[in-house]
Structure formats: C-alpha cells, structure tokens
Design a protein around this ligand. Structure first.
Ligand code: IYR
Length: 254
C-alpha cells in the first residue's frame, strides 16, 4: 500500500533521495547549505495493544482534562515541570526551528507581579475593551478580572513565541509551532495528574519586560500549573464538547 505509487524495485527512501538530488543547483549545494542526512526511524512508542484500543485510551485520558481557575497551593516539583517542558519541546515546528521559550515561575514575588499586571489589563478588558458580544459569550464561563490563581498555583508557565531564533535566524510558522508545543504541554501536565489554565491577558506585552525577555520573544500564553483546590468547581458550560459528527467529515473508500 505505502509504496503503491512507486515504480517497482525502488523504495520511498531511494525515491526521495533521487528527487532531492534532482533539485541540484536549484536548492542544494548553494552557499554552504547543509545537505539532508537520514537515519533510520528511531524506536517508536509501543502502546502494547492495537491502535484502536490505544487511541481510545488516550481519548479517555484527555477527555477529563479541564481548564481550572481554582488551584491548590500544594507544591509541584521542578523535575515534574521539566518533564512537562521536555514534552512541549518535542512538538513539531516549522523547519524544526523550535521557536518557543517556556519561562517557568515558582517565585512568589514574580508570580504576584504577573498577577498585578495581568489584573490591570483584565480590568480594562472587562470594564472597557471587551465588546458586549464577547462578554455575553464569556458569561457562561463566569470569568472576571480577579486572577488569584496567578498567586496560588505553584507554577506559572509563561509561553513565549520567538519571532527570530536567539542568534537572529529566521523562524517559520511560529504561531502554529508554539500552538502545537502548548498543546503538548497541556496534555503532559494533564497526564501528570495536574491541572492547567490557558490564560491570555490582552495585551500581554508587560510579560516580556517583567520577565526580562529579549525583544524577539513575544508573550503567547500564561499557564498556571498545579493541583486543583479541594473545593474546585468548573463552569458547566466548559464540559460541553461538539459531537464527533459535528467536527469530523470522512471521505472513505466505498
Ligand atoms: N482574558 C480574559 C477574558 C477571557 C477571554 C476568553 I476568549 C476566554 O475563553 C476566557 C477569558 C480572562 O482571562 O478573564
């Protein structure tokens, strides 16, 4: 099936290599350009059961993920956060430029500065900037401008998108790449038994100055991470998910 489209006797790797070499002067061997080198696919994750079973088990795990605004102050080890960030950093990215930086804050004074600045922006948002329609859409979630979770959660991870690499090199599809890495981060935290919130104070330019980041580092999202408060509740509306037939359309061989 996989090699059906190829002339007999040539595998996909040989065929890829021929196409790349055929590009010749057009795209390779120009001014010090690095030629592609290939290695065998590293050992894959083995779920130990059929894909159907494993896909379902992952869904069962992920469907219990919730955005949480009521955190416990119970500590989470730095090692845990490091594993979560490694998972985030394993995401695919444009030209493999990995245009992200995860600033992980557990220091209470810094968390409090983030909270104070975020709440300033949020007050503006709720009192002036937000449209009526936006506020109407947020009403079922019961959000407001008070962000005490930024003090209480043991870790606040501020995700930055790099507009350039640290050495000034170009990056590609940075928004898509950082979105993917952030999704991995949320899944990793959930898999560790922790809860998160994807918080987007707007505008969030204050974060770069407050955390001493460079001009090429653009704040992307603020993610408190920790355990839920013992009396934690979530908005009922947030439990609603579109059914499969509303999000999936199939073109299948008949
Ligand atoms: N940033 C504000 C408002 C807000 C906006 C959206 I879109 C949400 O899904 C939730 C909240 C806040 O954090 O309260």
């Amino acid at each position: 099936m996989a090699d059906r489209a190829l002339p007999s006797g040539r595998n996909q790797q040989q065929s890829r290599r021929e196409r790349i070499l055929a590009l010749g002067d057009v795209s390779f061997y120009r001014s010090g350009m690095q030629e592609a080198e290939f290695v065998p696919l590293p050992p894959r994750f083995d779920p130990g059961c059929a894909p159907e079973e494993s896909a379902r088990a992952f869904f069962e795990c992920m469907k219990s993920r919730r955005s949480v605004r009521m955190f416990s102050d119970k500590p989470v080890s730095r090692a845990t956060i490091e594993w979560i960030i490694r998972a985030a950093g394993s995401a695919p990215s444009g030209a493999n430029k990995q245009p992200w930086r995860f600033v992980c804050v557990s220091d209470a004074a810094t968390k409090n500065k983030i909270r104070a600045a975020a709440e300033r922006e949020e007050r503006e948002f709720y009192e002036r900037r937000a449209t009526k329609r936006w506020l109407d859409d947020l009403a079922p979630l019961g959000t407001d401008d008070v962000k005490e979770y930024l003090d209480i959660a043991p870790w606040v991870i501020v995700v930055f998108k790099l507009a350039k690499e640290d050495d000034g090199a170009q990056v590609y599809y940075a928004s898509e790449s950082v979105g993917l890495a952030t999704g991995f981060l949320l899944a990793a935290a959930h898999h560790a038994g922790l809860v998160t919130l994807t918080h987007t104070p707007s505008p969030m330019g204050f974060l770069a100055g407050l955390l001493g980041r460079g001009a090429h580092e653009r704040p992307y999202m603020v993610i408190p991470v920790g355990f839920p408060a013992p009396d934690c509740t979530v908005p009922k509306e947030a439990l609603r998910r579109k059914p499969l037939d509303a999000i999936m359309t199939v073109h299948e061989e008949q």
